[in-house]
Structures are given as C-alpha cells and as structure tokens.
Design a protein around this ligand. Sequence first.
Ligand SMILES: Nc1ncnc2c1ncn2[C@@H]1O[C@H](COP(=O)(O)OP(=O)(O)OP(=O)(O)O)[C@@H](O)[C@H]1O
Ligand SMILES: [Mg+2]
Length: 363
Amino acid sequence: MARVFFEGITKRFGDVYAVRDLTLEVQDEEFFVLLGPSGCGKTTALRIVAGLEEPSEGDIHIGDRVVTEVPAKDRDLAMVFQNYALYPHMSVYDNIAFGLRMRKHSKDEIDRLVRDAVATLGIAELLKRKPGQLSGGQRQRVALGRAIVRRPQVFLMDEPLSNLDSKMRVQMRSELIRLHRELGATFIYVTHDQVEAMTMGARLAVLNEGRLQQVGTPQDVYDRPENLFVAAFIGSPAMNLLDAEPAQVDGKACVRAGGVDVALPDALAKQLEASGASSLVMGVRPEHLDLSVKEPAVTFEGKVDLVESLGSEQHITVAINGNSLIARIAASEKIEHGASFQLAVAPQHVQLFNASTKERIGP
Ligand SMILES: Nc1ncnc2c1ncn2[C@@H]1O[C@H](COP(=O)(O)OP(=O)(O)OP(=O)(O)O)[C@@H](O)[C@H]1O
Ligand SMILES: [Mg+2]
C-alpha cells in the first residue's frame, strides 16, 4: 500500500512561501500529476515527499507511515529529476547498477534487475555505451532505468521529459503510461505542460503560488474549472474570458458581456442570482464558438483580427466591442483578415466566475 498523503504541508524559505497548507491525497498505484506555472511550488512539494526538503509545517504519509522524520533513503521511493545527471564516465549498465551496488545487492541480482529494466525500456542494446554516446531520449530511459531497478513503491518525477524534442516527448509520454501500468507503483509526476498533465494523469492537482487550486480528473478540471486561475491556465488556446455584469431580460437573470445579453440555462441563472455577485467574468472555450450553432444561441459580431492556420483547424481572433474572442474553426472555412464576422455560442457552454472572489458560479 503506497498512498501518499500531504497533510497540511507548508514550506517557507525565509519569507517566501513555496508551498502553503497543502492537503492532498494521492491514491495507491495512481498516476497523479502536479501541474502549475514556474515557481508555483511543484519541485518543492516533490522534494518534501522524497525527504530532500523538510516541511516547515505538516506531515507526509506514505502508506500507513508518517515519514516526515524518516530519512530519504528509507522512504522506499525513487526520484527522476529534470536534468537526469548520469555519471558520464560510466557505461549505461554501470549507471543503472550503481544504486544497487551501493545498497549491497548481490552481483547476480544486480545483473537480473538491470537486464529486466533495460528490456522494459527498450535499451538492452545500449548497455556498453557511455551517456555521451546516447540521444536525449536514450539518456532519459537510462535515468528511468536507474529508478526502476530500485522497485520502489513510489516514483517521483520532476519534469522528466522537458529536455526532449517534441516527437520524443510524445513517445516517452506513452512509454511512461505503459511503464506505470507494468510496475503497479504510485507515480507523482510534476510538469508545467498541460498537455502532459491532461494526457498522463488519472488525476491532477493545479497549483499556483504554492496554493492548491483544484484537484480532479483532467476532464473534470477542463470542463469545470473552479476558479479563474484554472480557467485561464488549462486549455490551448485559452478560454475566452470577458468582463460581464448581471442583467435581466423578461424577468430572467442573464449576463451582459461584450455588448450582448447572454441568456443562461435555468440552473445557472438561479445560481447567479443566489451568488449575489455584482461583477462577473464570462468564460467560453474556443471550441464552443462557431460560425453558427443550433438554436438557441448568442451571437457576437466583430471583425477578424487574426487567422492562424494549424492545418487541421484554424484559430480565429475576432475583435468585438473592445474585447477579442478566439474561436477554433474548421480548416475548410475561408476566413479573411478584416472581414466582418459572427461567432455563436450555445448558452450551456457559458461559464461564469465572480470577478471579485475569482470563484466559479454554477454547476
Ligand atoms: N532553496 C530555496 N531557497 C529559497 N527559495 C526557494 C528555494 N527553493 C525554491 N524556492 C522558491 O520557492 C518557490 C517554489 O519553487 P519550486 O522550485 O518549487 O517551483 P516549481 O513549481 O518547481 O517551478 P519550475 O516550474 O520553474 O521548476 C519559488 O518562488 C522559488 O524561488
Ligand atoms: Mg521545478
């Protein structure tokens, strides 16, 4: 059993709060991702689990043990760092075997573990090479091999793919998912790359400025961001966010945004009224804006400001009343810069946030 539980973890460096009052449970054998912008406290949180950093407050539990006072080497975990620091003068075999030799495993056992690991990672033919003779992706696998041979209950990975080119990253991403399935260990994976987080994590936690913003499945966090930070951080292109205010049409609560009254589904209208919020931010994902949508729809009008073609689709920026909206539109549509343009959204795709508390309003 190796669930990892962060219980009220705070870490201060002088007067910098790297992590603030983090309470979070990672389940046994889960692939869990910590996601957030640079400096939000991801590495610090991971180093606290590893025992490389002591929390200022709170406790770390691994399995049924409180390990806050347990030294790193006795925590039954392995960490893979961003700069995977292999020993340059040692062969691949020796790099992978090094930790096992330090732990006084027998020669036969070391050999078996190293050969199992390189078979899993598909680098069996590289055992005699030195790190300088390997590609970035191969070096990455050697670093993973070093972690795997330890057979830990928990793997901690800090942006392990960030040094690889984009094609290799995609490949290593699926290999890590497979590795996780095969090893049946708990993975805590740190990244600032939302695509990695969305594709790899069974669940993810979004951090900002040391604070936990939201925990959930990738789909849940994407569909229902709990606050404006998460709404703006997850998604590419980012969610459109427009200043808005509550209004009434025919006695029914709606919002006025970008010069347009936006009717709301009943449940959302009720929650808006109950919230008592006086200033709002309205959010719409770029894929929910289209040239037309099935009625009933709300339509924004403006001029095309920018057309970015991605081959499979195009991102159209439309200027409306001092705001701009980005829409993802089928590549087949002919759209010209400067043309007048209409973008429609169905009411069920409108999201609302309280502009003063930054919290989500609505189901
Ligand atoms: N040893 C330290 N001394 C002082 N401040 C530190 C120390 N380590 C981290 N910090 C600060 O704590 C905050 C969190 O740092 P951390 O390295 O955990 O961020 P991160 O989310 O991993 O960022 P990145 O994505 O850039 O790696 C930052 O403001 C950082 O400057
Ligand atoms: Mg970091």
